[in-house]
Design a protein around this ligand. Sequence first.
Ligand code: ADP
Ligand code: MG
Length: 334
Amino acid sequence: DELISQIAAGEVVERPASAVRELVDNALDAGARQVTVRLLAGGVRLITVEDDGAGIARGELQAALRRHATSKIASLHDLESVLTMGFRGEALAAIASVSELSLLSRTPEQDSGWLLDARSGELRPAARARGTTVEVRELFFSTPARRKFLKTDATELAHCVQAVRRHALVRPDVGFAVWHEGKLVEQWRPTLAGGLATDDVHAWRDALARRLADVLGEDFIANAVAVQRHVGGVRVTGWAGVPDAARSRADQQYSYVNGRFVRDRVLAHAARSAYEDVLHGQRQPVYALYLEIDPQRVDVNVHPTKIEVRFRDGREVHQAVRHALEDALAAPRA
Ligand code: ADP
Ligand code: MG
């Protein structure tokens, strides 16, 4: 059973950044306004993710570590329309099976926090403000073969930062910070004032633009055109960059489906085609694109890492993205 869970873990947790992604997902699902990630040795020695979300009640801590324990899905039917980041209920269990993990959490109703050590099962009171801290020590300590595949600390750190960046680019209402070896590496403050209605589309868009500038650089936004188009059942919004050729970077391609970061061939190809058509390949496609699509028409449950999706109608999505980008890129710039 230990072995089976470690094999399953391999699918979810490839490297420190995969754990960071899952833990930040959970923090956001819990309604966090601030998420702080602290790392040692690129996350291999230590990852902690702190949030100020709803917390996990004392009586639920053990269950949270069980495989296929999830508080986010009540029936199979929910799978089709699930919108939260996590829903498979295997991330914490998977990470715990290849590390020394502890959960420290406090709900608003409790007058103390509780700390659960996954390995020993020990549960004891511990000081904590409302929210959750997940601590992951010595990732892959019991699977040296996997540990050997990790790259340098600097590379693993870069992947961890990238994982947080992907969340930051879609949640301007949440503050993020990443620390490495006691030094602040990145910090993005919320760009959407607290209490502001998030269904205010314009306020959200402004906040998103500010977050993009903070995360990707003022250059990105200054040299980007707005994308905003509804084609069929697909709404495409965001920004497409038209940087100087010299400053062109291939690594700034962010796409989201219903608030979830995805990497998808259909989307990437559609974007490349649009840049090719309008700019004749003189610019690298760089973009942050946010797709909204009926959840019934996209399967997010393709892979444990949830980074891949399958569209029910790939052609429709391809066309929507391509046309949205072509419109934006062809429009005269101010
Ligand atoms: P999933 O996110 O798919 O439900 P996980 O293994 O990631 O599965 O988490 C298991 C459960 O632990 C979640 O359903 C949630 O109830 C709880 N949990 C995990 N992290 C947090 C957190 N940061 N804040 C509140 N609850 C959490
Ligand atoms: Mg999760």
